[in-house]
Write a protein that binds this ligand. Structure first.
Ligand code: TEU
Length: 545
């Protein structure tokens, strides 16, 4: 077989959501095509070639549906629409077509634990106790002028809001403008599934399901027990992770399996330090619930090789036999990994080690926009903030805006994101850290990511091989073997600013195929070799495996 044939076969053997790389776009901040200061769908279309060159296989868009934006799109008032701030349905269809032409899949964010308080379903539900949609949301009588139980909202305070007109409380796990729907109502469930079918019919390739582990609440509305952990006042025993949620996911999987090649990745929201066993539960057998589930252990870790290793190792072990992991360093809710892993002059070096880790693990990597150029959290002032969490908890917590600032395209005004003042100010380092500079520098972070992603595509061991850890975070080193039939790769990562040494007695001929420090094609005869400070090296075994 010639090379083209082999490449085609390699491609066909790849399952996009397993072996590809997924890129998260926060649409408000990606690219502003109409200079209103907010990113939009035509802006994403204009940057598709950039994404294609980067080598990613799919894009996950944070919500683009109509929303009053109390929680910046995570409060949807019409699932079948596109918010005019982002464009029109025509723009969206155009995006789908253009992305598909470049071999890029589109994943939509479905926020189905709650709707906006302005969604017509909630308006109907709220209008009267006798409304046919009353039980589409969760309404309860109070007890002596108090809410029915002690459940707390993730955004602070009671999760119950009094509704004067009908004299009952409704549940909201987030803002009071985000009432929780009642997934126990068959009618609501049917309505939600029909919204999903609408997007499947339009050709969307997959969904990211927001807080999918909170869908079902305790039937008896029991009080949550207190928690003695930092940042948590109660254990969310009765309002999260109820077993009936799995029935919904099994139903959803049947629906998706009825279409060709669609997927669902669920946000399994857990508090620090993360809970891999719990996240893995939502994969079911690996074949009958979610295709992928986020585990937040790694996103909660700082720069410590042992802790990072343990987070990954526990996650890998939790995955069911037929399941598949995914890995993520940053998202729109958490501090960017560049900042979390520590600033200073070594920040970019650590980011490169982290990039090699992300791209060489067994499992689907998710990149958060800007990670590929080394964007960090922005220093914002109180006046800059939009996120309700930042406004509420300033100055103790700036909220999530610091990780949501505009993509840094160039050193021009507003980082080339918009000709007008952007909705959030661009990060202060945009004159140095931007796509244009990165494109001109062969050794830039962007080119580093690009070659890593392309190497990952090329090497079956990297995208679909087994994972065998050999150095487990001891002495600042993580080292592992990835193996697929006919290919064996060793990845060595030095988390330390000091030189280190790997000691593994595995003889044979090893060739450097990627490295922060070494020449490509350098040969080693053993896996015992010195590592420079923050070195990340990938070796491939040649000859007999
Ligand atoms: O996040 C779930 C969630 O619980 C986080 O918002 C968390 O409370 C917060 O990050 C604490 O710092 C999802 C979305 O990703 C998030 O953007 C939404 O605000 C939230 O759900 C509600 O839809």
């Amino acid at each position: 077989m010639n090379d083209t044939g082999r490449f085609r076969m390699m491609k066909e053997n790849r399952i996009w959501w397993k072996h590809g790389v997924i890129y998260q776009i926060y649409p408000r901040s990606f690219y502003d095509s109409n200079d209103d200061g907010v990113g939009d769908i035509p802006g994403i279309i204009m940057k598709l070639d950039y994404l294609h060159d980067l080598g990613i296989d799919a894009v996950w868009l944070s919500p683009i549906n109509c929303s009053p934006m109390y929680d910046f799109g995570y409060d949807i008032s019409d699932y079948r629409s596109i918010d005019p701030i982002f464009g029109s349905m025509k723009d969206f269809d155009h995006l789908l077509k253009e992305a598909h032409q470049r071999g890029i899949k589109i994943i939509l964010d479905l926020v189905m634990n709650h709707t906006s308080h302005l969604h017509p379903w909630f308006l109907a539900s709220r209008s009267s106790r006798r409304s046919p949609k009353r039980d589409w949301y969760i309404w309860r009588d109070g007890k002596k002028g108090m809410p029915t139980n002690n459940w707390m909202s993730a955004f602070g305070g009671s999760a119950w809001e009094w509704d004067e007109m009908t004299g009952q409380y409704y549940l909201h796990s987030f803002l009071k403008e985000q009432p929780d729907v009642n997934w126990r109502s068959i009618k609501l469930r049917e309505a939600m599934f029909s919204e999903i079918r609408f997007w499947l019919g339009r050709g969307v390739d997959g969904f990211r399901l927001d807080v999918v582990n909170w869908f079902i609440k305790d039937k008896h509305f029991r009080n949550n027990p207190p928690s003695f952990r930092p940042h948590q006042l109660q254990k969310h025993r009765y309002d999260r992770n109820r077993s009936e949620t799995h029935d919904i996911l099994r139903e959803l999987r049947i629906l998706l399996d009825g279409y060709d090649d669609r997927m669902a990745v669920g946000e399994i929201f857990t508090m620090p330090p993360g809970d891999p066993e719990l996240s893995a539960l939502y994969l079911g057998s690996g074949m009958d619930e979610l295709h992928l589930a986020f585990d937040f252990s790694l996103i909660y870790r700082f720069w410590n090789s042992r802790q990072v290793f343990n987070a990954i190792n526990n996650w890998m072990h939790a995955i069911p036999m037929e399941g598949w992991p995914c890995h993520v360093l940053s998202n729109h809710d958490q501090p960017r990994s560049m900042s979390r892993f520590g600033g200073g002059i070594d920040a970019m070096k650590r980011a490169r080690v982290a990039a090699v880790l992300l791209m060489t693990l067994r499992g689907t990597p998710f990149i958060y926009y800007g990670e590929e150029i080394g964007m960090k959290n922005s220093r914002l002032t109180r006046q800059d903030l939009h996120d309700p969490l930042g406004k509420k908890y300033w100055p103790f917590f700036k909220g999530r805006d610091p990780a949501r600032t505009p993509m840094q395209w160039s050193g021009d005004k507003n980082a080339g994101f918009s000709k007008n003042r952007s909705w959030l100010p661009v990060c202060e380092d945009y004159r140095e850290v931007n796509v244009e500079n990165n494109l001109h520098d062969p050794y830039s972070m962007l080119n580093f990511y690009r070659s890593l992603i392309h190497l990952r595509k090329e090497k079956s061991a990297m995208h679909s091989g087994t994972w065998e850890p050999l150095v487990k975070g001891r002495d600042s080193i993580i080292g592992y073997i990835r193996e697929s039939s006919g290919q064996k790769i060793f990845v060595a990562l030095n988390f330390s600013p000091k030189p280190k040494k790997v000691h593994i007695h595995e003889r044979g001929q090893w060739k450097v195929i990627f490295s922060t420090h070494r020449f490509l094609r350098e040969h080693l005869t053993d896996l015992s070799f010195p590592l420079s400070p923050y070195e990340a090296t990938i070796l491939e075994k040649i000859g007999n495996l």
